[in-house]
Design a protein around this ligand. Structure first.
Ligand code: SIN
Length: 312
């Protein structure tokens, strides 16, 4: 019997369409249905029995934390179905790393969960989506892809959601896992190493209804710390700094950061370089984007924790 794979479609360039076959930038993302995508990849029928769910039809720049929650819940529900062997999510490339990392933090699936995408729309002369979709379903069918956390399959590679990032505006090899490299090869699936960061389950999805606002400030030579107050005044509950080098805080920012922390606002220091450990640490740094998601989740837990002495 063929493995049963559930496909959750959210939109993106993989479902994008343009009147011109040579247009790879000025098209409409999230136009085609998941059924149309499957129909364009006939060999999928040899791999798996597919079920489908058209959850969103979004350009992923328009995803919000509310969409992350809806998507994570849809994945959780699919994984919980006994007859499903794996889940594939089609997603836009622009914010894929955010949705996939969020899902990775709130789910511990015992079946393969694989995000995929495309850099070129489905109507392009040489679209990358059909092969990416085929590869993603192949990986989702492979039991060795289970227990590795949420995966991202693109351009023939398997990446860990907790490491992967989009690093090019247009190339089909836009995704990299800085420092660690990919986990393996997608066609046929071959896992060459396990994720470096531990697979955790720090936050239970159940009970999160909203995620608090956390802003990222990109710190450049000469940028001024009054930006911190602007974020708080606009409603941020915490701030992530994308700092130069190994997260070097400019002297003029140190006092204002300490003041905010004393008032209970977390300020997280990350590097804007995108790779490497921070000062005197053996741990690789998080990208600002991923650190923001972690902080949103941490704050959502503290929102649900009664203050000390007031527990019933
Ligand atoms: C999107 O992120 O939805 C559009 C861009 C893409 O998928 O490459």
């Amino acid at each position: 019997m063929k493995p049963r794979i559930h496909l959750i479609a959210t939109g993106g360039t993989i479902a994008g369409a343009s009147p011109s076959a040579t247009d790879t930038t000025d098209y409409r993302a999230g136009t085609l249905t998941i059924e149309a995508l499957i129909a364009s990849v006939p060999p999928l029928a040899d791999l798996a029995e597919l079920t489908t769910e058209q959850l969103y039809k979004l350009d992923s720049k328009d995803m919000t934390p509310r969409h992350w929650l809806g998507l994570a819940r849809a994945i959780e529900a699919a994984v919980a179905q006994e007859h499903i062997d794996g889940v594939v999510i089609t997603h836009g490339t622009d914010t894929l790393e955010e949705s996939a990392f969020f899902a990775d933090l709130v789910l511990t699936p015992d079946k393969p969960v694989v995000f995929t995408c495309a850099m070129r729309p489905a109507t392009a002369l040489s679209p990358d989506g059909p092969m990416n979709l085929y590869n993603a379903v192949s990986v989702a069918c492979d039991p060795s892809a289970a227990g590795l956390g949420v995966l991202v399959v693109t351009n023939d590679r398997i990446h860990a959601a907790r490491e992967v990032t989009k690093a090019h505006t247009q190339a089909v090899d836009a995704f990299i896992s800085p420092d660690t490299g990919p986990l393996g090869w997608a066609r046929p699936p071959l896992i060459t190493h396990k994720p470096v960061r531990p697979i955790g389950h720090p936050v239970e999805l159940q009970g999160i209804s909203t995620l608090p606002r956390v802003d990222i400030l990109f710190v450049t030579a000469g940028s001024t710390p009054d930006l911190l107050q602007a974020c708080i005044a606009a409603g941020a509950r915490g701030i992530v700094l994308a700092l130069p080098g190994h997260a070097s805080v400019p002297e003029s920012w140190k006092g204002p950061i300490a003041q905010l922390r004393n008032k209970g606002y977390p300020v997280i220091e990350t590097s804007r370089t995108g790779a490497g450990p921070l000062t005197m640490s053996t741990e690789m740094s998080r990208t600002p984007t991923k650190a923001r998601i972690e902080l949103m989740l941490e704050l959502s837990i503290s929102d649900r924790t009664p203050p000390l002495g007031k527990a019933s």
